[in-house]
Design a protein around this ligand. Structure first.
Ligand SMILES: Nc1ncnc2c1ncn2[C@@H]1O[C@H](COP(=O)(O)OP(=O)(O)OP(=O)(O)O)[C@@H](O)[C@H]1O
Ligand SMILES: [Mg+2]
Length: 226
């Protein structure tokens, strides 16, 4: 039954909360909590240098780990170019963030529930012609301020840093930024460049997740948890 609510096996924490992989995300949650003792982070973004390093997987599982702890969480798909949160959670994406930013909907009308009581989703909505502009808008800022009143934690999924400015724009709305690095795939120089870009806009980098993705490992993980 749980399997119906997910896709591609991305949200392992959701499929199997007691699995060793879920423990990894719980540890990540604990580390994030420890790095923000005085003023707890409310808004967190996971990004990476290039495509396909595991941003969506990391941020989805982290959001699930926070929700499983009883926190009221919303996960927002700010990858307005190639959105995938709706696919991860097998939800429709006919309306979402872009409709709110275009003043077509109130957030209450388009936020979706998940199989976890305290986890809500805001999918991207229709792909707009001007993603960076929408994400940098006042409407986006006021939306996040309003959501902060209703949720304990807000997580952002974004495009890679080196491709477009969107990620840097969303970092301005984030109390903390997690850098996901697929060590086997991305050149060190690109990671350095990404870190420099984030620092340049004063993003608060709170940690690096080394995400190893290769075919056999992935298959092993899926076989084990299927
Ligand atoms: N730790 C992991 N183990 C196994 N498979 C993984 C892991 N992390 C990611 N994957 C798989 O790798 C692929 C890319 O991951 P994901 O979509 O999370 O990356 P992304 O950085 O969000 O990509 P994009 O830049 O295209 O948005 C997915 O098919 C995902 O299921
Ligand atoms: Mg992604």
């Amino acid at each position: 039954m749980l399997r119906q609510s997910t896709n591609k096996g991305n949200v392992i924490s959701l499929l199997n909360p007691s699995s060793p992989i879920s423990e990894v995300y719980k540890t990540l949650r604990t580390n994030v909590q420890f790095s923000s003792i005085d003023t707890p982070f409310k808004t967190i973004m996971a990004t990476s240098a290039i495509k396909g390093e595991g941003k969506t997987t990391t941020v989805s599982n982290l959001a699930v780990a926070y929700a499983q702890e009883g926190k009221k969480v919303i996960l927002i798909d700010c990858d307005l170019r190639s959105p995938s949160i709706h696919q991860v959670f097998s939800q429709s994406n006919h309306a979402g963030l872009t409709n709110i930013l275009a003043n077509q909907n109130q957030w209450q009308e388009v936020v979706r529930d998940t199989t976890i009581d305290t986890l809500s989703l805001l999918t991207s909505g229709p792909i707009p012609p001007n993603p960076a502009e929408l994400l940098a808008s006042r409407r986006m800022q006021s939306l996040i301020e309003e959501l902060k009143q209703h949720y304990d934690m807000i997580f952002f999924d974004v495009p890679p840093v080196l491709a477009v400015t969107d990620s840097l724009v969303v970092s301005a709305l984030s109390d903390g930024v997690i850098l996901v690095v697929n060590a086997g795939k991305v050149d060190k120089e690109l990671v350095r460049k990404t870190k420099a870009s984030l620092e340049h806009v004063n993003a608060r980098l709170i940690g690096v997740v080394l995400n190893r993705i290769n075919r056999s490992e992935r298959k092993a993980a899926l076989q084990y948890y299927d």
